[in-house]
Design a protein around this ligand. Sequence first.
Ligand code: GLU
Length: 281
Amino acid sequence: MSIVTRFAPSPTGYLHLGHAASAMAGHDLARGAGGRFLLRLEDIDAGRCRPGFAEAILEDLAWLGLAWDGAVRVQSAHFDEYRAVLARLEAMGLLYRCFCTRAAIAAALGAPHGAEAAYPGTCRGLDPALADARAAQGEPYALRLRMDRAAAMAGRLRYHEAAEGWVEADPRPHGDVVLARKDVPASYHLCVCHDDAAQEVTHVTRGEDLRAATDVHVLLQALLGWPHPAYAHHPLIRDAAGRRLAKRDRAATLRDLRDAGATPAQIREMVSCRIGDLASL
Ligand code: GLU
């Protein structure tokens, strides 16, 4: 099998060390196996993405010496494909319209649950004629997956995680995840799975903050008949105080490190303990 990896950042800020770890792991894995390393910009969220950040990503990767193969895939140019996938899931009876506001969801969940809790299912049983009428009146809605039905349809799910082997996946605790947002006619889960299949990605290298989402991704792949890539989630890069680095931490961006005199070799050194065993999968 020829290995295909990808780096799939969202252009919502400058790249930091965590991105360097994901990109280097994917790059090294592909190059070590004579495979292909692809670049994808996950820019469906027009409100948060900026063209300047996209340009900066390309520049930072070039500075790191990470050359990608072929054209950059830009998700915002592919909404027609995402719509077609939603139509398939709709035809399978797996989607419903959700008109809830964030405030309504928070109120239904009660304060202690916070943003992490699964959707309480308020709109799941909505009469389709009523949902049609509300949509026709211009009320914005999201499309959610009927998780119970989808999980039952898919049956037993598992994926291959580097260093662990085959692991069981259970997407049900995620609840009825959003597959098309109110403000964007798609969602992260939908686009990432579609594009990994479209780009024939065989190995996904990314931070362990996305590990939990893998259960949902494996479900979508099974429902849609897409192959399951192998996964390698690397530990997050943390600051000296043990906090995870985020885009808001300017000092951790690759640009700031470069401006402070760091070399690409030093960046590689800084992240190598996180990706050391991934390149030899
Ligand atoms: N676009 C996602 C991010 O920037 C990463 C997607 C993935 O690697 O699956 O966090």
